[in-house]
Design a protein. Structure first.
Length: 229
């Protein structure tokens, strides 16, 4: 592969079965299952509520204020993918809107995660195209600057390689490296089972300080209980 700017057409994607298992677990559980790694910051906000998606990443590295490479990425997408857009320097421009979403939805793309801004947010919700973005902005963009598609990018401080699993819901966005997907899915399922058992105990009335054995820790920290008349 030569040249500074490239569009990689074919990438290895995470197995769909593993993607589905990670989608079921959700962002918070997957993040914990990976040892509290992979969370792409707190700036990526959902444009909708009560929606959870997961899919292989198609990555875009673009110039700020320029959506040329998003257009170039469309033909590389397959059903179930999540488009991940980053910029070479911070940007809040509205680089993505309803027309691009129409192109992506036609190819079966289930959502967008953007380190920049989006526009046409009401239209995106109406058409059921799911978006997590750094900003909402009507600021227009151009189509003039080179970039790359399906190369490793940084999203919210997290490395995203093409084909990694992107999980997104109301809690944010988490990225699971493709080679860690199976192990993370298993640990997430174990965590879900453990939390179900804990939930049953707490519903029975047992206090968390007793169930988790925290009374000795409180005492070691010098915390005392005082009963007032």
């Amino acid at each position: 592969m030569s040249g500074r700017h490239v569009v990689v057409r074919n990438i290895a994607r995470t197995d769909p079965g593993l993607v589905a298992r990670l989608a079921k677990a959700g962002v918070a559980t997957v993040h914990e299952a990976m040892g509290r790694r992979g969370l792409a910051g707190t700036e990526l906000r959902p444009n909708q509520i009560n929606v959870r998606i997961a899919g292989p990443a198609v990555t875009v590295s673009s110039h700020p204020g320029d959506n040329l490479m998003i257009h170039a990425a469309v033909e590389t997408c397959r059903p179930g993918d999540v488009l991940v857009v980053t910029t070479t320097s911070p940007s809040t421009d509205g680089m993505f809107g309803e027309l691009l979403a129409t192109s992506l939805a036609t190819r079966g793309v289930i959502g967008l995660v953007s380190a920049a801004g989006v526009r046409d947010t009401a239209e995106l919700r109406d058409m059921g195209f799911h978006v997590w973005a750094r900003a909402v902005s009507a600021q227009g963009t151009v189509k003039a600057s080179p970039g790359s598609v399906n190369v490793p990018v940084i999203l919210g401080g997290v490395l995203v390689s093409p084909g990694d699993v992107v999980v997104a819901d109301d809690d944010g966005v988490v990225v699971v490296p493709r080679e860690e997907a199976e192990r993370t899915a298993l640990r997430a399922e174990e965590r879900i089972a453990k939390e179900a058992a804990t939930r049953a105990v707490l519903r029975s009335g047992e206090l968390g300080v007793d169930y988790y054995g925290l009374r000795d820790r409180l005492a070691d920290l010098g915390i005392s209980y005082v009963d007032q008349a």
